[in-house]
Design a protein around this ligand. Structure first.
Ligand SMILES: [Zn+2]
Length: 270
């Protein structure tokens, strides 16, 4: 699933191609991709709008429009946004196409069909459900301590809770917990101030590395030009099934935390 670094990369790489562009057409190849309003209303209201800005919040992409609010996109499990010239649109699994006035189109490709789009007058409803951005100045070790205190849930589950911290998913949670030597099943409230400081630093480090390497292409993630990211080449444990710990050589373990496959080193992480 695209996480913060993947969505940030998509945002950065789409931005120069979409800002100031007018939406000249919309094909909905699968109506179910529009969550709000109705597909017809979505199409009618989006047509003729100019994209004035593009930003990211958590794992959401937010396109600001001239007069009808915001187009919000969540890529969920397998979505990607591909930028193509209008003469090269023969991609598989395309659920929607947004045509721009520069002879390019944004293809919403999504093999598993979990991705969604919304057209809303303001972003409050989505933004108010999300916790702080982990790379923002507001995200301090003290804030992380508050988010974990009095919580008996596994620390990994707390890191994945978007209402607590926005943007961290399965891969980067495993990487951050490995880098800070914390076992994913530790109750949030059991972490010492020193462990919280390490975890805070590790979260920012793995997310920044993910952005620098343009995201991790383990499954269906592609950048807007169709190229893969390279962040997964630096992963130490995430998706390293059947491999050994790069630090101590112990075979890595795969456990399930709240239905999510989780990789850890049973020797380094406690
Ligand atoms: Zn180890």
């Amino acid at each position: 699933m695209p996480e913060l670094p993947e969505v940030e990369t998509i945002k950065n790489e789409l931005l120069p191609h979409v800002i100031g562009r007018c939406i000249t057409g919309i094909d909905l190849c699968w109506d179910g991709i529009v969550r709000y309003p109705s597909p017809d209303e979505f199409r009618n209201r989006l047509l003729g709008q100019t994209i004035t800005w593009l930003t990211r919040r958590g794992k959401y992409l937010i396109f600001s429009l001239t007069s009808t609010g915001f187009l919000i996109i969540h890529l969920k499990m397998s979505g990607s946004l591909l930028l193509k010239t209008t003469t090269a649109l023969d991609e598989r699994f395309v659920r929607a196409i947004i045509y721009l006035d520069n002879e390019t189109a944004i293809l919403f490709r999504d093999p598993r069909k979990f991705g969604r789009m919304w057209l809303v007058p303001d972003t409050g409803e989505i933004a108010s459900k999300l916790g702080p951005e982990p790379l923002s100045p507001a995200f301090t070790p003290e804030l992380l301590a508050q988010l974990l205190q009095n919580r008996s849930a596994p620390v990994k589950a707390l890191l994945l809770d978007q209402a607590r911290i926005a943007g961290i998913g399965n891969m980067y949670a495993d990487e951050a917990l490995f880098a800070s030597r914390i076992h994913p099943l530790r109750p949030g409230e059991s972490l010492s101030p020193e462990e919280i400081a390490h975890l805070h630093q590790a979260i920012q480090k793995v997310l920044r590395a993910g952005i620098k390497n343009k995201g991790a292409s383990i499954e269906n993630y592609f950048r807007p030009d169709g190229a893969p990211g390279t962040a997964h080449f630096e992963f130490q444990v995430a998706h390293h099934r059947g491999q050994t710990c790069p630090v101590c050589g112990t075979p890595l373990q795969r456990i399930v935390v709240r239905n999510r496959g989780t990789y850890l080193c049973p020797n380094c992480q406690s």
